[in-house]
Design a protein around this ligand. Structure first.
Ligand SMILES: Cc1ncc(COP(=O)(O)O)c(C=O)c1O
Length: 363
């Protein structure tokens, strides 16, 4: 595969997104280096965190299975010819969805007792399932106290094939958090009697909590080159950014000391200075709450966002930067980590990737 084959650009507006397939493959190799004994369920929900699910699945062909949030996402992959195991983390919501899953060999997570009722009434091809255990996140799954009973019902149900179990960390981004060990030991304890293949670790868990790797790991964010840990950068973890979010400079103005920039006039020029306007705003998925000072990369230099982000544009301080309209601007990507931008916008890389990726799409 040539570098050109592994780069994809999606355009609707001036801002564009370019996906580096080789980086995606590299990041999967990092997962395998951290967890060589585990099978990998690559999490590609939400259009692969905004990266485009079909191409992501193609570059992640060395994964053992893929996880999606909802059945529609899994069906789209099956229809595109994907033959690998597909897991739907929210399971099914009614009998027709269950039938579709059985027909297309899609594995639901079982998160509610009424889903077991439906499986018991369902008389079609058996589905392989993932019994979701709530070990402390209190989002989805069966409380530890009732997991064995749920498993017992599932194990005698004719429409159930293989049973695996999974749980999800609430605090793995902070490996020292006591919650992590509590959650992991709950899962291991409940599995002592069930003895199923088990999965606990997301990206942060599989990197920083080795005992949580178990038989299956479920990485998402690290595949896309963003750090899952609070105290280590993507560079520290040798992860490569996959999404490059770019646009161009459309205006450069020489402003006077005291001139105010943009809506709310929230930032004033401290001296006479050049200010540029970049064709990217919150309509392109750039975070409106990014503060003045958020880095933006232009002509091999970091400059600073100034004033409020508008719908279609944002302004930058061009002092010390030789730049003109038409010049390329990187909002995040190889030259500027999405995690750095996220910190300046009081959010996480996940949200920015999903937001820009799911906004700037090919028509
Ligand atoms: C159930 C489940 N497993 C795994 C993941 C992947 O997590 P991460 O992207 O932090 O690796 C997610 C992501 O939200 C999830 O909801």
């Amino acid at each position: 595969m040539t570098p050109a084959d592994s780069q994809h650009t999606r355009h609707t507006r001036t801002a564009s997104i370019n996906i580096d397939g080789d980086a995606l493959r590299h990041n999967l190799s990092r997962v395998k280096a951290f967890a060589p004994e585990s099978k990998v369920m690559a999490v590609i929900k939400a259009d692969a965190y905004g990266h485009g699910v079909l191409q992501a699945a193609k570059y992640l062909s060395e994964a053992d299975a893929f996880a999606l949030a909802v059945t529609g996402e899994a069906m789209a992959l099956r229809q595109a010819g994907m033959s690998k195991p597909l897991v739907v983390l929210q399971g099914f919501s009614d009998a027709s969805e269950l039938t579709a899953m059985a027909e297309h060999d899609i594995q639901p997570a079982i998160i509610n007792p009424w889903q077991i009722d439906l499986l018991e009434q369902h008389k079609e091809k058996p589905v392989n399932i993932w019994l979701k255990v709530d070990t402390g996140m209190h989002r989805l799954g069966f409380p530890v106290a009732v997991v064995e009973a749920a498993h017992q019902r599932l194990s005698v149900c004719e429409s159930v094939g293989e049973i695996r179990i999974m749980s999800h960390f609430a605090n793995a981004d902070d490996p020292d958090n006591i919650y992590n060990n509590n959650q992991l030991s709950s899962l291991i304890k409940v599995n002592n009697n069930i003895n199923a293949e088990a999965s606990m670790a997301n990206s942060a868990g599989l990197i920083a909590l080795p005992e949580s790797r178990l038989q299956w790991v479920r990485p998402g964010i690290m595949l896309y080159g963003s750090s899952p840990l609070l105290n280590q950068s993507a560079d520290d973890l040798a992860l490569k950014p996959v999404m490059n979010f770019e646009s161009s400079l459309i205006s450069v103005q020489q402003l006077k000391k005291g001139d105010a920039i943009g809506y709310g006039s929230s930032w004033q020029c401290p001296e006479d200075m050049p200010v540029g306007v970049v064709a990217a705003g919150y309509a392109d998925g750039y975070p409106r709450h990014a503060e003045s000072g958020t880095p933006v990369w232009i002509n091999n230099k970091h400059c600073a966002l100034v004033g409020r982000v508008s719908m279609d544009s944002l302004s930058v301080d061009l002092r010390g930067i030789d730049a003109k309209p038409g010049d390329r601007v990187v909002l995040w990507g190889k030259e500027l980590s999405v995690d750095v931008v996220a910190r300046h916008a009081a959010t996480i890389g996940y949200e920015l990737l999903c937001s820009a990726g799911n906004t700037v799409k090919a028509v």
